[in-house]
Design a protein around this ligand. Structure first.
Ligand SMILES: Nc1ncnc2c1ncn2[C@@H]1O[C@H](COP(=O)(O)OP(=O)(O)OP(=O)(O)O)[C@@H](O)[C@H]1O
Ligand SMILES: [Mg+2]
Length: 511
C-alpha cells in the first residue's frame, strides 16, 4: 500500500495559448487537509478539475490508494470516492435543497422518486452536520454558506474519500468558517482527506497538515505545516514560494491626506425594508478611502447597492458635491460619477460569454463612440493598458472571461471600473479571491486614484485590509452605523466591538 491516498504525477494540461499545468505533482495522505496554494492563474483549479474528470490531462498519471486510476468524467471521479465543491457554486435554484443534495441519484424504485426517503436522509445528514436547514427549502434562497454545506453533505453521503474545496470560505462569515472547520476536523478524524484551496494564509495555517505550492503551472514544493521540532511554517515563507520573491510590505505607503471637501453626504438614509439598513449617515471626503467594516449581514452591500440605484431608499437625503442626489438607477449613478464593483462577480459582474476586451470596457462603452462609431483601437489600447497594470494572466484580450482563473476575473472587473474614470469608487470586497501579489497592485491602483482626486468607499471583511488601507473606518451592525474609527485608533477589537454591538440578539450574524 502506498503511503498516499492520492498521487498525481507529472500532470500536464494546455489550453489554447496557455500551459496551465506543466508536470505538476500532488500527494495527499489519508485523513489530512492538504492546502494547494499559488497565485491567481497558477493552475490550482485546473489541477483539481483534472482530478475530478472535468478536464482530460494531456499527460501524467493519477493513483488512488496506490492503484492507477482512470477518471474521464465527474461521474467516474465520484464513483471512485472523489468529491469537489467548486469555486463558484451553481445549484439548481428552483429545486429544493434535498433535490440538490441527491441530484443525479434520487432514492426510489423503478424510476419513481421516493421523496420521503430523500427527505429523511437529507434531514439525518444535516443533523449530523449540525445544519439547521429545511430540506424542502428552495436552493436558490440559501446563503453561500448553506449551499456549500449542501455540497459537503452530498460528499459525505457519497462516502467520499477525498473532498476538494476550492476557496470554500471566500463568502463565509467567521462563524460559518468555524462551523466549516469543525466539520472538516471531524471528517478528517474519520480518515477523509481534503484538498483545500484558499488565499487566506491564516486559515491555511490553522486547518492544514501539509501545503503544496504551485507557480505558473509548475510544481514548487510540498511542506508539512508543522515540522518535527513543532515549528510552524511562516506566512512569509509561503508567500515567497508562491510569488518567487520576498514580499516585505503588504500595503503600499499612503502619501498625503484626504482633503476637507465633502464629496458625498449621506443623511439618515433608510431602506424601505425594516431589516435592512436604517438611518445611515456619514460624509465622504475628497481623496479619502472610507472603509466600511462589519459582519456578514450588516447590510453594507445592501446600502451601497441602494446608493448606486440598485435598491430603493425610503427616506433620508444624499448630497453629491453639495447637490441633491437621487438613486434613480445605476445608469444615473454612473452619469453622476459613481462606480460600483460588486461583491458577487458571477451573479452581477461578469459577462461570461464575452471576451475580456468587452468585459473591460463595457462600463465605459459610450466614451468610445463618436457619432455612433466605436473607436475600436482606443478601446483595445485602454483595455490592454489596464489589464497589464493589474497583471491579468491571459493569452489575449479575446479570451472569454469565463476561461480566466477566479482571481483574474476579479482583476478584469476592477480594470473595468477604473476605466470609467469615476469620482467615487465603491468597492465591495475588492480583493476577494485575489492573491497576495495582485492585492498589492490593487491597493496601489486605489492610491493612484486617490492621488488623482478620486474618493473610495471600500467594504471589506478582511481586518488587515480594512485597517491597512482605510483613512477612516465606519462600522455597521444590523443595518445601522455603530461607530467610526480614525486612523491611529484602529484595532481588531474595537472594530469587532462595533460590529457586534447588537450581538446576542437573534440572527445577529446570519448571512
Ligand atoms: N477552460 C479554459 N480555457 C482556457 N484557459 C483556461 C481554462 N481554464 C483555465 N485556463 C487558464 O489556465 C490557467 C490556470 O487557471 P486556474 O483557474 O487553474 O488558476 P487558479 O490557480 O485556480 O487561480 P485563482 O486563484 O485565480 O482561482 C489560467 O491562465 C487560466 O486562464
Ligand atoms: Mg481557481
Amino acid at each position: 500500500m502506498s503511503e498516499y491516498l492520492l498521487e498525481m504525477k507529472n500532470i500536464t494540461k494546455t489550453f489554447p495559448g496557455v500551459k496551465a499545468l506543466d508536470n505538476v505533482n500532488l500527494n495527499v495522505r489519508k485523513g489530512t487537509v492538504h492546502a494547494l496554494m499559488g497565485e491567481n492563474g497558477a493552475g490550482k483549479s485546473t489541477l483539481m478539475k483534472c482530478l475530478f474528470g472535468i478536464y482530460e490531462p494531456d499527460g501524467g498519471e493519477i493513483f488512488l490508494e496506490g492503484k492507477k486510476a482512470s477518471i474521464h468524467s465527474a461521474r467516474q471521479a465520484m464513483d471512485q470516492g472523489i468529491a469537489m465543491v467548486h469555486q463558484e457554486l451553481h445549484p439548481i435554484r428552483f429545486r429544493s435543497v434535498m433535490e440538490n443534495v441527491y441530484l443525479g441519484r434520487f432514492p426510489g424504485h423503478m424510476g419513481v422518486v421516493d421523496h420521503k426517503v430523500m427527505y429523511e436522509k437529507t434531514k439525518a445528514l444535516f443533523d449530523d452536520l449540525e445544519l439547521d436547514v429545511d430540506p424542502l427549502a428552495l436552493a436558490g434562497e440559501q446563503s453561500a454558506a448553506i449551499l456549500q454545506m449542501m455540497e459537503i453533505a452530498r460528499a459525505v453521503d457519497m462516502k467520499a474519500k477525498i473532498i476538494i474545496l476550492d476557496e470554500p470560505t471566500s463568502s463565509l462569515s467567521d462563524r460559518e468558517v468555524d462551523h466549516l472547520f469543525k466539520i472538516i476536523n471531524r471528517l478528517r478524524a474519520q480518515g477523509v482527506a481534503f484538498v483545500y484551496i484558499s488565499h487566506k494564509m491564516k486559515e491555511i495555517l490553522e486547518i492544514s497538515d501539509e501545503i503544496t505550492v504551485m507557480r505558473d503551472g509548475t510544481y514548487v514544493g510540498t511542506w508539512p505545516v508543522t515540522d518535527e521540532k513543532g515549528e510552524k511554517l511562516t506566512i512569509d515563507f509561503i508567500i515567497k514560494q508562491m510569488v518567487g520573491r520576498e514580499m516585505t510590505n503588504q500595503f503600499p505607503p499612503r502619501e498625503g491626506k484626504p482633503s476637507d471637501d465633502v464629496v458625498l453626504k449621506v443623511e439618515n438614509v433608510c431602506s424601505p425594508l425594516k431589516k435592512s439598513f436604517q438611518n445611515v449617515s456619514f460624509e465622504l471626503h475628497k481623496q479619502e478611502i472610507l472603509g466600511i467594516g462589519g459582519l456578514v449581514g450588516a447590510q453594507r452591500t445592501e446600502f451601497v447597492e441602494a446608493l448606486f440605484g440598485l435598491r430603493g431608499i425610503a427616506s433620508g437625503e444624499i448630497l453629491l458635491n453639495g447637490a441633491r442626489y437621487t438613486n434613480k438607477s445605476p445608469g444615473f449613478a454612473k452619469s453622476r460619477g459613481l462606480a460600483l464593483l460588486t461583491e458577487e462577480r458571477r451573479a452581477t459582474g461578469i459577462f461570461g460569454i464575452l471576451p475580456i476586451l468587452e468585459n473591460t470596457v463595457i462600463a465605459n462603452q459610450r466614451s468610445y463612440a463618436h457619432f455612433g462609431v466605436l473607436n475600436d483601437g482606443r478601446r483595445k489600447t485602454d483595455a490592454d493598458a489596464e489589464c497589464k497594470k493589474l497583471n491579468v494572466k491571459t493569452p489575449s484580450l479575446n479570451t472569454l472571461i469565463q476561461n480566466l482563473s477566479g482571481g483574474n476575473q476579479q482583476k478584469v472587473l476592477i480594470a473595468r471600473w477604473l476605466l470609467t474614470n469615476s469620482d467615487i469608487l465603491i468597492l465591495d470586497e475588492p480583493t476577494r479571491g485575489i492573491d497576495v501579489g495582485a492585492k498589492y497592485e490593487i491597493y496601489n491602483i486605489m492610491l493612484e486614484q486617490i492621488a488623482q482626486g478620486k474618493s473610495i468607499i471600500m467594504i471589506s471583511s478582511e481586518m488587515p485590509e480594512l485597517m491597512g488601507m482605510s483613512d477612516r473606518i465606519m462600522v455597521m451592525c444590523e443595518g445601522r452605523v455603530t461607530g467610526f474609527l480614525n486612523k491611529g485608533e484602529y484595532s481588531q477589537e474595537k472594530i469587532m466591538a462595533f460590529a457586534t454591538q447588537f450581538a446576542g440578539r437573534k440572527d445577529s450574524t446570519a448571512a
